[in-house]
Design a protein around this ligand. Structure first.
Ligand code: UD1
Length: 366
């Protein structure tokens, strides 16, 4: 019986690559189900190619839609897949709609679930991701956590601590494994970037869905562009509202299409600072030592503040914080030993060990 990986959205691909590789090295039988939540070539296929991910065994082609519509379509497609493949275990990643859909379907079919990146909490139930995280963890037999405080969050919600395993951060495995490929000079030439720039990404519903909020955000981003060139690869979500608000009408704003993984991290590595509302980028900038201003009222990744370069800012705080970040590092840049514990490039093998041991204990061969 195979271990089935359920992948749906861009950040899933980055987290799964080292896990699939490590389970392959352990000799496990595996299958990859792509839900099709992300489907544009630049949101999906390019990541499979660059990260050496195996071609998905199936793509469910679920696509976009409202939460109910998308989650329902995901569940219907996944139930069919799990029924026909009889997985020994299903692995889900992160906090996207594909994650909760797969966990819910597997649990009802009595298939064990392993959740990679369990236990993160923003305590903000207005974020769809927070709903997805909490419910996925309740349904998971193995909660694989990137950060020690996650175990406390799980315990507070009644998840037995025996289910939780602190394994480190597989997204950072991918980052460290590809470090030599992130060529800042090449990215500068390819995208015609200036020597000094701030890199921005914005896609949270709370920041980009409402036209009025998007317009306010654009005003503050233009304020940052008054300080330094602003390079912004635009996620399909928010493209319309941000451009309608005149994002590209500032002479120092460079709007790009979504980038592949290698070009994107190369651009991040070369940035003087990052402005974002992404989750993963808070972690990647922490390891790359690039100052990160996160335009959100909270973060499920506080370790990137205590052990990294991240700082939360309101719209109003963005320009002053950018001025400070561009003036030089806030303090000494994080030393190697200030890295979050176990963000060392070896999370994938630790996850594989936990999973193989679990399957062994349950008498299932994968
Ligand atoms: C999803 C995740 C979010 C994650 C993000 C990473 C959920 C609830 N949200 O948000 O946590 O940070 O992925 O990128 O799962 N679209 C395209 N092409 C695509 C995919 C999406 O054009 O390949 C457009 C569609 O208009 C779609 C919109 O983007 O309606 C939103 O896509 P969706 O998958 O629903 O959520 P994301 O905002 O991408």
């Amino acid at each position: 019986a195979p271990i089935v990986h359920v992948l749906g959205a861009r950040p899933n691909f980055v987290k799964a690559a080292p896990v699939i590789r490590a389970l392959g090295a352990a000799g496990a039988e595996q299958a990859v189900v792509h839900t099709g939540q992300h489907y544009d070539e630049r949101m999906s296929e390019i990541f499979f190619v660059e990260l050496g991910l195996p071609e998905p065994d199936v793509n469910l082609g679920v696509g976009s839609g409202g939460h109910a519509e998308q989650t329902a379509a995901l569940m219907i497609g996944l139930e069919r897949e799990f029924t026909s493949r009889s997985p020994a275990l299903v692995i889900v990643y992160g906090d996207v709609n594909s994650t909760i859909a797969a966990a819910l379907v597997a649990a009802k079919l009595h298939i064990p679930v392993a959740h990679v990146e369990a236990g993160l909490r923003s305590f903000d139930m207005t974020m769809p991701e927070e709903v997805n995280r909490r419910l996925t963890d309740q349904l998971s037999d193995l909660c694989l956590v990137t950060s020690p405080e996650a175990i406390g969050h799980l315990a507070n919600e009644g998840v037995p601590v025996a289910r939780a395993h602190f394994v480190g951060n597989p997204m950072i495995d991918t980052l460290l494994a590809n470090l030599d490929s992130f060529d800042t000079a090449k990215a500068r030439a390819a995208f015609d970037l200036p020597e000094r720039y701030v890199l921005a990404t914005m896609h949270r519903p709370a920041n980009v869905d409402a036209p009025g909020t998007a317009a306010a955000l654009v005003r503050h981003l233009h304020g940052v562009a008054d300080l330094a060139d602003l390079v912004i690869p635009v996620h399909p979500r928010g493209r319309a509202t941000l451009l309608a608000a005149g994002l590209d009408e500032h002479p120092r704003v460079h709007v790009l299409e979504p980038l592949g993984y290698i070009d994107f991290i190369a651009a991040v590595r070369g940035a003087a600072a990052v402005v974002t509302d992404s989750g993963g980028l808070q972690e990647e900038t922490t390891i790359l030592g690039v100052p990160c201003l996160t335009v959100r009222p909270n973060t499920e990744r506080p370790i990137t503040i205590t052990h990294g370069t991240n700082r939360l800012v309101t719209f109003e705080e963005l320009v002053p914080a950018a001025r400070k970040a561009l003036g030089g590092p806030d303090g000494p840049s994080p030393a190697h030993d200030a890295r979050p514990p176990l963000w060392d490039g070896h999370a994938g093998p630790r996850i594989a060990d936990v999973i193989m041991e679990f399957l062994g204990e349950h008498g299932v061969a994968a």
